[in-house]
Design a binder for this molecule. Structure first.
Ligand code: UGA
Length: 435
C-alpha cells in the first residue's frame, strides 16, 4: 500500500521504517528540517535498538522517503497521524494542537477512498471531532483510530509484532477496516488479536492501558514505602505476589518509578479529560498514583543526603543513568534526570553519565557535569546513585569499582544490583524498599 506517516518522532519514525519492512511504499513527513535532514539519508534522530539497521534496509528498497513537504502525501492511500500530544504548560491536559494541525494540513491532499489513521494518544472524543472535519471537507476520505502500544527500547519488535491491534471505526466503515487489515496483513496472518470498536473505545483503550501500567508500578512503590517502615523487602514481596498469575510479576519492579513521554502525561491528561466529562471521581486514584511516583524521587534524594552524613552541600555524587529507562536516550520526565537535578539544587556536585542519554540531557540542562563512563563519574565520589538500570551498570564489578570512589556507598534506585555482592565488597548498599 501507499502510506504516509505524519510526524517522525519515536512513534512515527519507527512506524514508517516498519511499514516499509512490511512491503509498503512510505513517505514520512515532519515539520522539523533538522530531523528530516538526518532521516533522509537513513540516520535515526534518536537512539532505538534495531532501528538504524532497519532504516538503512528500508532506504535501500527505494520505498521509503522523508520530507518536510506535506504535499508529498498526495497519492498515499493511508495517512497515519503520529504527532505528539504533550502535556499543556500549566495544565494536566494534553495539547492536541499538533494532531489538529496535522489533519488540517492533510485535507487538501485527500482523495476518495483514502483513510486517515490516528495513532497519537488523544483525549477521548478527539477522533469523533476529527472524523467530522475529514467528512465535512468532502474528499470522500474516512478516519480510523488505531492506537499504538509500542515501548521505547522495543519499538521495532512491538511495531512489527504487536500483541494486539485496535481499530476504532465509524460503524459503516468496512472499507476502512479492510484497508487496515491490508496494512497489518503480516500480523493478522499470524493470529494477532484484533479488537474492532468505536472511536471512544479505541481512544480509551490506549489511556486505560497506560493508566493500568502506571498504577501497577505505583502500587509496588507504595508497598516499598511500607517495606521501608517495617524492614520488609519489596523485591521479595513482588516476587511472591507475582507468582499469582492473576497479579503477574511484570511491571512490579519497585524503585524510582515511572517517567518518559507517555505514562506521566497520559495519566494526567486522562484525569483532565475525565473532569471535563464530569467523571473525575472515577479517576481520582490516578492523582495518588502520580504522587506515589513523585515521592520516590524525593525519597531517593533523602536517602542520598542520609548516606553522605546529613548534608549534600559540596558532596561529590556520581549519577549512573539519565534516561527514563534503559535502551533509550529519552529524558522526557525522566526520574533519573529529575533526581540528578534535585541533587544539584541541594548543593551537591553531580557527575552524571549515561550510555546514550548524555546528549539529550545536556541539551536540556547544559550546566550539569556529564562524563562518558561510570568509571569517570565514580572518581573520588562520596556516593554513587544508580538511577537507570542499564545492562552495563548491573554488571559493574563492586571490587574494581570500589577502587575508584572516595567512599564506598551505593544507592540502587532500580533494585537491580545484588546487595550481598556489594556489601561483601565493603560497600554501604541502600535501596528503595529494601532493608
Ligand atoms: C509505555 C507503555 O509501556 C507502552 O505500551 C505505550 O505504548 C507507551 O508508554 C506509549 O504510550 O507510547 P514506555 O514509555 O516506552 O511505554 O516505557 P515503559 O516500559 O512502559 O516504562 C515506563 C516507565 O516505567 C519507565 O520509567 C520505567 O523505568 C518504569 N517502570 C517500568 C518501573 O518503574 N517499574 C516497572 O516494573 C516497569
Amino acid at each position: 500500500m501507499k502510506i504516509s506517516v505524519i510526524g517522525c518522532g519515536y512513534l512515527g519514525t519507527v512506524h514508517a521504517a516498519c511499514m516499509t519492512e512490511l512491503g509498503h511504499n512510505v513517505v514520512g513527513i515532519d515539520v522539523d528540517p533538522e530531523k528530516i535532514a538526518l532521516l533522509a539519508p537513513g540516520t535515526p534522530p534518536f537512539y532505538e535498538p534495531g532501528l538504524p539497521e532497519m532504516l538503512s534496509r528500508a532506504m535501500t528498497t527505494g520505498r521509503l522517503r522523508f520530507s518536510t513537504e506535506i504535499s508529498n502525501v498526495r497519492g498515499s492511500d493511508v495517512h497515519f497521524v503520529a504527532v505528539g500530544t504533550p502535556q499543556l504548560a500549566g495544565s494536566d491536559a494534553a495539547d492536541v494542537s499538533f494532531v489538529m494541525a496535522a489533519v488540517a494540513s492533510l485535507l487538501p491532499y485527500l482523495a476518495p477512498g483514502n483513510l486517515v489513521v490516528g495513532k497519537s494518544t488523544v483525549p477521548v472524543g478527539t477522533a469523533g471531532q476529527l472524523a467530522d472535519i475529514v467528512t465535512a471537507h468532502g474528499s470522500g476520505a474516512t478516519l480510523a483510530w488505531n492506537p499504538e502500544f509500542l515501548r521505547e527500547g522495543f519499538a521495532v519488535k512491538d511495531t512489527l509484532a504487536p500483541d494486539r491491534l485496535v481499530y476504532g471505526l465509524e460503524e459503516s466503515d468496512g472499507r476502512g477496516a479492510a484497508m487496515l487489515d491490508a496494512v497489518y496483513a503480516r500480523a493478522i496472518a499470524i493470529g494477532t488479536p484484533k479488537v474492532v470498536t468505536n472511536f471512544a473505545t479505541a481512544e480509551l483503550v490506549k489511556v486505560a492501558a497506560n493508566a493500568f501500567l502506571a498504577t501497577k508500578i505505583s502500587f509496588i512503590n507504595a508497598m516499598a514505602e511500607v517495606a521501608e517502615a517495617t524492614g520488609a523487602d519489596v523485591t521479595q514481596l513482588a516476587d511472591a505476589i507475582g507468582h499469582d498469575v492473576r497479579i503477574g510479576r511484570r511491571f512490579l519492579n519497585a524503585g524510582l518509578g515511572f517517567g518518559g513521554g507517555c505514562l506521566p502525561k497520559d495519566i494526567r491528561g486522562f484525569m483532565a479529560r475525565a473532569k471535563e466529562l464530569g467523571v473525575d471521581q472515577a479517576l481520582t486514584f490516578l492523582a495518588e498514583v502520580d504522587q506515589i511516583n513523585n515521592r520516590r524521587r524525593e525519597r531517593m534524594v533523602d536517602l542520598a543526603r542520609e548516606v553522605v552524613g546529613g548534608s549534600l552541600l559540596g558532596k561529590r555524587i556520581a549519577v549512573l543513568g539519565l534516561a527514563f529507562k534503559p535502551d533509550s536516550d529519552d529524558v522526557r520526565d525522566s526520574p533519573a534526570l529529575d533526581v540528578a537535578l534535585r541533587l544539584v539544587e541541594s548543593g551537591a556536585t553531580v557527575i552524571a553519565t549515561d550510555p546514550q542519554a548524555v546528549a539529550t540531557a545536556r541539551r536540556r540542562y547544559p550546566d550539569m557535569t556529564y562524563v562518558a563512563t561510570p568509571n569517570e563519574a565514580a572518581k573520588d565520589a562520596d556516593a554513587v546513585l544508580l538511577l537507570t538500570e542499564w545492562h552495563e551498570y548491573r554488571e559493574l564489578d563492586p571490587l574494581a569499582f570500589g577502587e575508584l570512589v572516595g567512599t564506598k556507598a551505593i544507592l540502587d534506585g532500580r533494585n537491580c544490583l545484588d546487595p550481598v555482592a556489594w556489601r561483601s565488597a565493603g560497600w554501604t548498599y541502600r535501596a528503595l524498599g529494601r532493608p
